[in-house]
Design a protein around this ligand. Structure first.
Ligand code: PRP
Ligand code: MN
Ligand code: MG
Length: 183
């Protein structure tokens, strides 16, 4: 029986570490957005676990929506072009939007989305990113809420994929390079 854990080189952030930090951010956001009925927008697919854990830890009324964006395709390098696979189902005009992302790498996905939501008339647009890889930043994005800063290694799990696999790991792990070598 194949086990996804066989392809893991090392665990970077445990499930407990992720949830502890997400709970801290959720407490801060609950204070900052009190009486604002914010709209949380998860960037699918990667942010699905972050949104689940985060939204359950928030104690104020919120609305939740999803936008599916892709810039990576099947590789480990960004293509630089953001594709909308599925758009939001609500109008963001006048809303206080908090984008929920799993990771900021080049920053291109987020820079595009922040601009797009402002263009659509959002009252405010802020970002919660669970992970950040500063080494690879190209676009300048203001990230108000951050989970963890991580080194420049290709990580998977807790929503993050390599070639659409490993999203179901409950922690953040470094993939064994043998998995993608020669691809
Ligand atoms: C990944 C990740 C972020 C984005 C970050 O998504 O989930 O959304 O890339 O990279 P960037 O800062 O260089 O733009 P991906 O395009 O792989 O789609 P997915 O979420 O469906 O896996
Ligand atoms: Mn993504
Ligand atoms: Mg991906």
């Amino acid at each position: 029986i194949s086990d996804v854990r066989d392809d893991i080189k090392s665990e970077l952030l445990t499930r407990a570490q992720l949830h502890d930090r997400i709970n801290e951010v959720a407490r801060q956001v609950s204070t900052d957005y009190e009486d604002k009925n914010p709209l949380f927008v998860a960037v699918l697919k990667g942010a699905f676990n972050t949104m689940a854990a985060f939204s359950q830890a928030v104690s104020i009324p919120v609305q939740i929506d999803f936008m599916s964006l892709s810039s990576y395709g099947a590789g480990t390098q960004t293509s630089g072009t953001v594709t909308v696979r599925q758009d939001l189902s609500v109008d963001v005009k006048g809303r206080h939007v908090l984008i929920v992302e799993d990771i900021i790498d080049s920053g291109l996905t987020l820079a595009w989305l922040v601009k797009e939501l402002k263009n659509r008339g959002a009252a405010s647009v802020e970002v919660f990113a669970l992970l950040e890889k500063p080494a690879r930043r190209v676009a300048d994005v203001n990230v108000k809420y951050q989970g963890f800063t991580i080194p420049d290694e290709f990580v998977v799990g807790f929503g993050l994929d390599y070639n659409e696999q490993y999203r179901n790991l409950d922690s953040i792990a470094v993939l064994n390079p043998a998995v993608y070598q020669g691809k």
